[in-house]
Each structure stands twice: as C-alpha cells, then as structure tokens.
Design a binder for this molecule. Sequence first.
Ligand SMILES: Cc1ncc(COP(=O)(O)O)c(C=O)c1O
Length: 429
Amino acid sequence: MSNRRSFIGKIGLASAAAVAGNIFQPAWSRNLKSALNNVAGVTPADLATDDEFWYYVQQSYTISSNFINLNNGGVSPAPKVVADAMKRYYDISNEAPSYFMWRVVDQGREPLRKNLAQLAGCDAEEIAMQRNASEALETVIFGLDLKAGDEVVLTKQDYPNMIAAWKQREKREGIKLVWINLELPSEDENYLVKQYTDAFTPKTKLVQITHMINWIGQKLPVKKIADAAKKKNIEVLVDGAHTFAQFEFKIPELNCDYFGTSLHKWLGAPIGTGFLYVRKEKIKNVWPMFGAPDKQEENIRKFEHLGTRPFYIEQATDKAIDFFDMIGAKRKEERLLYLKNYWMERVQNIPKVKIKTSFKKEFGCAIGLVSVDGKKPAELDSYLFTNYKVHTVGIEWENISGVRITPNVYTSTKNLDRLVEGIEKFVKG
Ligand SMILES: Cc1ncc(COP(=O)(O)O)c(C=O)c1O
C-alpha cells in the first residue's frame, strides 16, 4: 500500500485559497478540485489506494453514510451536479414545455451525441440516445431481418431481458437459439472463446456477447470472440450495460457491429439514460423500434423516434460525462478494481466462504460474488441488511449462486470493513 496521506497533503491550503477565489462554489466542489490538483502526478494504481482522495469524490454525492449501498450494479446514484442539472432542466422545461423542452433543452442533443461518441471512441453518427440498455439492445434484437432457421448464439448467463426478447423471436418467427452454458468464473480466455466458436455453424447469423456477466462480474474476451465471428460473416451484438464507464475501452476496439449500454449504471447519468452504437454501414440493416421517415434509413437518428419524453433526464447526461472526465477513466477503473479486491481479499480465507469472481483485471473490475457453504444467498443478503444496513443482492441464476457486491467511486474502505465484519459474523452464526 502506498502512503495514503502524502498525495493530498496540501488540500487545506488549496481550499483556503479557493475560498478566497470563489465564494459561490460549494465547499465539496472546491475541495474536490484541490484534491484533483494535488494528485496530478500520481499514477491511477497508487491513487486507487488513497482513501483520503476518494473521500472528496464521495462528498460530490448525496449518499447516506448510515446505509451502505453495495448494489451499484443494479443502478447507481448520480453525483449532485448531475441531479441538480436534471432538476434545473425540468424546471426550465416546465415553464412552457413545448418551447423550452424542444427549442431550448433538446438543442443539447447533438452536442451530447458528440460528447458520448468521443467517450466511446466512435463517430457521432453511430450513437443513438436511448433510455437504457434494454431499449438499445432490443432495438437490434427486434430490428434485424432474420428468418426461420437462422441461428443466434447466446449464453444462459446473458441478461433476462435480452433472453426474453430472443425467445419471442424464436416463438414468432422460428429463428433458432443456440445456447452456451458458461462455467464461471474463468481466467481461461481460450475456454471462453471456444464456447462461442464451437457454437458457430454455417447458419449462424449473429452472436450476442455480454461484455461483463452481471451476475458475477466476469469480463469476457469480446474482441477475440468477435474476430472469430467476423471470419465467418457472423454479426456481433455486445451487451455493454456493465462496462461502459466502469473500465477503460473504446467501442471500435471490440470489433462489434452493435453495442448497447445504460448510462445510469457506471457513467452516473440520471436514471433512464443509455445509448445504442451501430457501426455506420449497418444502420440501414436495422429496423427502428418506433417508425421513422424513409429518408432516415441510413441515419442513426431513426432510432430516436420515441415521441415526447423527459428530455431533461437525457440532457443531464452531459454533466455526468464532465464528472467522469474530471475523475478520469483509468483512475476510476483502478479504484473500482481495488475496492472489489479489498473486500474479497479480507473474506477469502474465512472458512466456508467462497469467492466466485476473478481478482485479475483481465477478468473482472468492480463486481464480486461471494457465497457461504450451506447457506442460501438470500440468507446472507438479508443478514447483512438487517444487522449492518449493508445493501447487497442475492443471485441465483442458472449455475451461479451467491451475494453480489458492487461498490462505486463513493464507497470507502471503511464501508467495506463493515461488509467484511458482517460476513465474518454471519459465518460464525
Ligand atoms: C448485462 C445487463 N444487460 C442489460 C441490462 C439492462 O439494463 P437496463 O435495466 O438499464 O435496461 C442489465 C441490467 O442490470 C444488465 O446487467
């Protein structure tokens, strides 16, 4: 562990100077700015261990310190700046909705598209705003021309909404679903890639790959699977609900055709935000979920014809991008990995405790799964909440069973110490 205090030793002085400079900036924001200035030369890996720096990040949220939320994998709170912007945009819209919503607030849509594209490393003409990952991914699932007998490869560990959508196409149109059953966790890339490639046949039209399996926090080698699929002219749909803004990557690096994500999980955007990426030359092949004019056939905006909706939610996404950029993608990734490994290291040797997620950065990041021999996940989940006010989620899905723990950038190691104590006491009985 590095020397925690050394990185931000000058924060008091910097705050005082900032107070004189700008009395209107809230204290948490001045302090965070000073903390960021003072760690400019520190590597992300070293900074990951610096609780005092991350304390200033925590102050940018309105989270309660009595109730410890370790289910950020479900959905995450937005930082104050994001929540404030959303409320402000709502108030403005509400003054005269048709004018302010369409002529003022929604004018931010094209700049937002550009900012998201920059973060994703793609062209703005490949990004459509959506309300969540389900909407983005189901737009592709229902929008592709597939006929009876065409095969789609997917896993039993994929997300239920996507599975239900594919099953609907199977029932209605007779497409064939080819199921993979992954044994997880795995640190064997060859095993993971082979499960997919073994399922490919001359009839395979598309493979769906969940970039990070939500139940267990397993990262999959998407690019290697996608490269193998491309050699056989198989299209690639990536479920990135858990990866965009959790760790650093650019969408084109994955070699996929379609990528859908929520932004209310890891980007910290307001609840009800997401986007769909479609490789430019593929746009014309996907029917939009809501009808669009013919002239938009090759235009990514054809996926945005939802009608009147809360633009103030979407627009506050920009503030989440600013906040994310301010912390830095690599710093966030290293901190999340550190927090997950922090609690997993402390419970891994407790008798009967089983850790079910990899410690390695290639195979995991923020999410970890833990189980206790002879106990159901729901028992541990309920014990932690009742006795420690630690909120987690019990998982029983296919061959995966355990309690999922998901910290976020505002989680402290002190919070995780409470989790560790809870697991220790639970095992002792
Ligand atoms: C892997 C995965 N895909 C898709 C989704 C759906 O996300 P949303 O509910 O934001 O549409 C989730 C949500 O937890 C998920 O974990």
